[in-house]
Design a protein around this ligand. Structure first.
Ligand code: APR
Ligand code: PHB
Length: 392
């Protein structure tokens, strides 16, 4: 097989890139190692910045998102048994965010891709990227029981944090910066209407808790847990009791309880790989960077990477110039490091440090109080949460 852009990975990064390229008349093929059923069933985050929604509209992938997405005008910070509203439109000059599950977005993107091409192969596992420095890099992949090759002009690794694309960078061709946090998140999905209208980020002496949602009937909740925790150690009642304790307010408020339909533990990690390009191999999304989920930035960064990349491929296609492709890595990394900083700051401000002392605890409260007392500090949080503007 031969194509202009070989895309490894059919997550949000790969699928949105394929839509952009399709619109620009650029040929591509998407290889996805998992089956279609697996990809469509995977539970992920679901908070979209305005810029992400705009990008999805631009590629014609927002029809259901515009109907079913829940527009949010802020978040709630909860600490010391009190609630504080952070009003995004007021603080940012009108910006909002939209709750729409990544699972639903992937469903929409897969349907468009299968209806209007370009090719998307499921159960097609990339094994290696060969000759990334040459004019014709090759992806070797396994599909329908045999090894095949995809010869490309360019290869884009959108294959997540455990993919093969990054492994094709030769030793010394880049550097990976990693920070592992000393705690994880236990995430649950529950068939129960959300107990709040906005997302609630709660700091409590027992640990962080987050109340999010998937729809008016489905809640998504998270608890800070020690690293190494097994989801099976947390029966449903224990989860609800712990959530209720961490979200407790002096004011009247109750947490709705209901059947838990999924439970999983995710470690918290920040990681950035520099640069995001080697020869004709480019990285986008989780393949290049992972952020701790407290800032809701993972999916949004994946989409902003591929927006920049699509613009660069379109310029190459129409003018023959590689200038934008040459600037791709630097342009993305600027935004990636800002999102990483924000995600790590949010994480540190809201989680209990296992070896922390009373001093750390007072510092966290002082940070939170500064945000709720100062419009300037709140505006800084709101600007980062709703998404820093893309460079022109
Ligand atoms: N060959 C083909 N596909 C692969 C391979 C491989 N060797 N390795 C991984 N993949 C696929 C995975 O099965 C997955 O579908 O690549 C895809 C990567 O998708 P994501 O992990 O969703 O990453 P990305 O598209 O960058 O989206 C980032 O997803 O997990 C969230 O927090 C993350 O929200 C962020 C978003
Ligand atoms: C989610 O809805 O899954 C979610 C929302 C906000 C976050 C992280 C996860 O910061």
């Amino acid at each position: 097989m031969r194509t202009t852009v070989g895309i490894i990975g059919g997550g949000p990064a790969g699928l949105v890139l394929a839509r952009f390229l399709h619109r620009a008349g650029i040929d591509c093929v998407v290889l996805e190692s998992r089956t279609r059923e697996y990809v469509l069933g995977r539970q992920r985050a679901g908070m979209l910045e305005q810029g992400t929604v705009d990008a999805l509209r631009a590629v014609g992938a927002a029809r259901r998102l515009d109907l079913e997405g829940l527009v949010h005008h802020g978040i709630e910070l909860r600490f010391d048994r009190e609630r504080h509203h952070i009003d995004f439109p007021v603080l940012t000059g009108g910006r909002t965010v939209t709750v729409y599950a990544q699972t639903e977005l992937v469903k929409d993107l897969v349907a468009l891709q299968l209806a209007a091409g370009p090719p998307l192969l499921f159960a097609a596992e990339a094994l290696a990227v060969e000759r990334p420095e040459s004019d014709a890099p090759v992806v070797r992949f396994l599909h329908e029981g045999r090894e095949q090759t995809l010869v490309c002009d360019w290869v884009v690794g959108c294959d997540g944090s455990h993919g093969v694309a990054r492994a094709a960078f030769p030793a010394g061709a880049g550097r990976t910066y990693t920070h592992d946090f000393p705690y994880s998140w236990l995430g649950v999905l529950a068939d129960v209407p959300p107990s709040c209208e906005e997302l609630v980020y709660a700091r409590h002496e027992r640990g962080f808790a987050l109340h999010s949602m998937r729809s008016p009937r489905v809640s998504r909740l998270y608890l800070q847990v020690p690293n190494g925790t097994r989801a099976d150690d947390w029966p449903d009642d224990r989860i609800w009791d712990e959530l209720a304790a961490r979200f407790a307010l002096d004011a009247d408020w109750t947490l709705n309880r209901g059947p838990i339909t999924s439970k999983a533990v995710t470690p918290m990690r920040g990681q950035v790989h520099e640069p995001m390009r080697h020869g004709r191999l480019l990285l986008a999304g989780d393949a290049a960077h992972i952020v701790p989920p407290t800032g809701a930035k993972g999916l949004n960064l994946a989409v902003s990477d591929v927006r920049v990349l699509a613009r660069a491929f379109t310029a190459l296609h129409t003018t023959g110039s590689t200038r934008l492709l040459d600037g791709y890595s630097d342009q993305c990394l600027e935004r990636v490091w800002q999102a990483t900083r924000f995600s790590c700051d949010m994480t540190r401000m809201l989680h209990v440090q296992p070896d922390g002392d009373a001093f750390d605890h007072r510092m966290q409260l002082a940070r939170l109080r500064r945000i709720t007392a100062s419009r300037h500090a709140a505006a800084e949080l709101a600007a980062n949460y709703t998404g820093l503007p893309l460079p022109p």
